[in-house]
Write a protein of this length. Structure first.
Length: 305
């Protein structure tokens, strides 16, 4: 009999292991949208990735001083933190698909950004693979918006198929520029942010209690180092990342035209629509209603929602 403190090395001969995977992955949903010729989106950036597929018409996107003319069947990927402006570039309007997702694996994010592969014209090999995933999402869309647990699993399966395509197209031999300890500290701070993201406190500031000093102390590092390592890994300060996360969630919900604004305010933890509107205007300089109107004209009934 082998005691617990005495492990026979022979037991592990010819033994092979798969790695432990500890990722936080978020699918922010997706939408298909038909817009008029004068449609445009103000400059913005996202905490995660965005994929755009044009179904009809043409879109022009200015991103990081580069102009992308995206036509039918073309796919554009917008990485985290990339400022961009998009507008319809066809006289008869445009019909497009868009989805947002995020993954907290820093090396993956680094490789995706450094690969600089963002535009995939229709008919190319990678575009065909990406379109298969995108159309699987489009096929899952339901008018009533009621989705089962099985539906949500299928959406996640498609997302991981997307990660598989990305992993094939980016360089796998890239020399890591982040130390393992930096990544672990940054991920721990990220988890602390996410735990404070829901729900928001019901007060005038709508800011959840988040002190980098408390998180740093729990990790045994200084607040300055915590700030430094998080910014190095994710490109934002922790507090800025928290604000961007809240803003992105709000924008995703506002893009759902059948979801009243007062319901969105409630979902995000605000005591009233007026309270949410004040905070949204601090972030963007415009109200939730006006932001929704930039996406698509609304009816008088919707304006009162």
């Amino acid at each position: 009999m082998i005691l617990n403190s005495e492990v026979d090395p022979a037991l592990f001969e010819n033994c092979h292991w798969l790695p432990i995977i500890d990722w936080n992955v978020k699918f922010f949903g997706a939408h298909i949208h038909r817009v008029k010729a004068n449609w445009c989106m103000p400059e913005e950036s996202h905490i995660g990735f965005e994929i755009v597929l044009i179904l009809e018409g043409r879109q022009e996107t200015i991103m990081e001083n580069n102009v992308y003319s995206v036509g039918v069947g073309d796919i554009l990927i917008i990485p985290p933190g990339f400022k961009h402006v998009s507008q319809c570039a066809s006289p008869d309007g445009m019909y497009y698909f868009s989805t947002h997702f995020n993954i907290d694996d820093p090396l993956f994010r680094q490789e995706m950004i450094k690969s600089n592969q963002l535009f995939f014209p229709a008919g190319t090999e990678t575009n065909n693979k990406l379109q298969k995933v995108v159309h699987s999402w489009i096929g899952m869309m339901q008018e009533n918006g009621e989705y089962t647990t099985a539906d949500r699993f299928r959406m996640q399966i498609a997302l991981f198929e997307l990660f598989g395509i990305f992993s094939q197209m980016i360089s796998t031999g890239m020399e890591p520029t982040l130390s393992p300890s930096s990544v672990q500290y940054a991920k721990a701070i990220m988890e602390a942010i996410q735990s404070r993201f829901k729900p928001y406190r019901d007060d005038e500031s709508a800011e959840p209690t988040f002190r980098i000093e408390d998180v740093a102390a729990s990790l045994g590092i200084s607040p300055g180092y915590a700030q430094e390592v998080f910014r190095k890994v994710y490109g934002y300060s922790p507090r800025h990342y928290l604000s961007e996360t809240k803003l992105h969630e709000a924008k995703v919900l506002i893009q759902q035209p059948n979801l009243p604004l007062n319901k969105i305010a409630s979902l995000l933890g605000y005591s009233s629509l007026a309270h949410f509107s004040r905070q949204f205007k601090r972030w963007t300089g415009t109200s939730p209603l006006k932001y929704r109107q930039t996406l698509s004209p609304v009816t008088e009934q919707e304006q009162g929602s």
